[in-house]
Design a protein around this ligand. Sequence first.
Ligand SMILES: [Ca+2]
Ligand SMILES: [Ca+2]
Ligand SMILES: [Ca+2]
Length: 304
Amino acid sequence: MKRIVAVILLTLLVTLFMLPQSFAIGETMTAKRGTPVIDGEIDEVWKNADRQELAYVKAGDLKEFEPDVEKAFASALWDDTYIYFLFEVTDNDPVAITEADPNTAQDWKNDTIFLYIDETYARPEASPWDVAGTYQFSICVDGNTRSPRNGTYGKEIKAAVKNTDTGFIIEVAFEPEVVKLADGLQIGVDYQYNDGTEFSTRDYCLGWSDETDVASGNASVWGTLKLSAEPAGDTEQPAETPAAEPAAEEPAEEVVVSDTPEAEAPKPAETPAAPQTGDMMAVVTAVLVGVSACGTLLAKKRRF
Ligand SMILES: [Ca+2]
Ligand SMILES: [Ca+2]
Ligand SMILES: [Ca+2]
């Protein structure tokens, strides 16, 4: 009897020890593969993307009221070179206080999207901009961008803004500097919408993963973006073509591959980078199985 109790306790202890590594804090989303055009128009391929609402009203002068007009959604896709983001914002007063001033994207009192990226998933709790691969970008409704607004980034994001009847649309292409994009990779991301007004105030500040407006100083509250090999639709993968077709067009290079001994294995990337979360279910299941096995044992023992 004592031994069984000891086994159960030990199992629980081991489980508790493992849990902290399995938990990911904050929101999680998936980026499917797809290549949109950065022009402010919503491409077909976006329609199958994971679309998340920035549902936390984390700051703003009207924070106390329920925002019924203001809404912001973020979607993400990726290909071999870029991670793409789409922001769809409904807003009754899209403004950039000092339009055409490149600093508009710096000011959170304008209608701006802040995009937070932590390439290496380091999730620093303090001074995130000191960590390589960690940045904040901002894109203003007037088209001005800060690339980056915080952090050190040697490239430039591509962004396009388009006004709509109900607000505006922003598309962004971000090229990582530190990591190589691959199926299974996860990076830290967060999104923030600052709802500026013509009176130079900020009615609302909406967040995706950060609930309390600390994202600019604490990357551990940002969410997680996982890259998936699943195609979001059309283009890049000719998957639809029935391989049986003779494909008479070009008997070109495709067959040449295997004969050259040097050119052995040009297969990079596909490794499912890094141990991911999600093992928790397996652990919990194992514990339950263990506990029920112990229970059965106990019941059997009692019978004798
Ligand atoms: Ca587009
Ligand atoms: Ca507004
Ligand atoms: Ca506004």
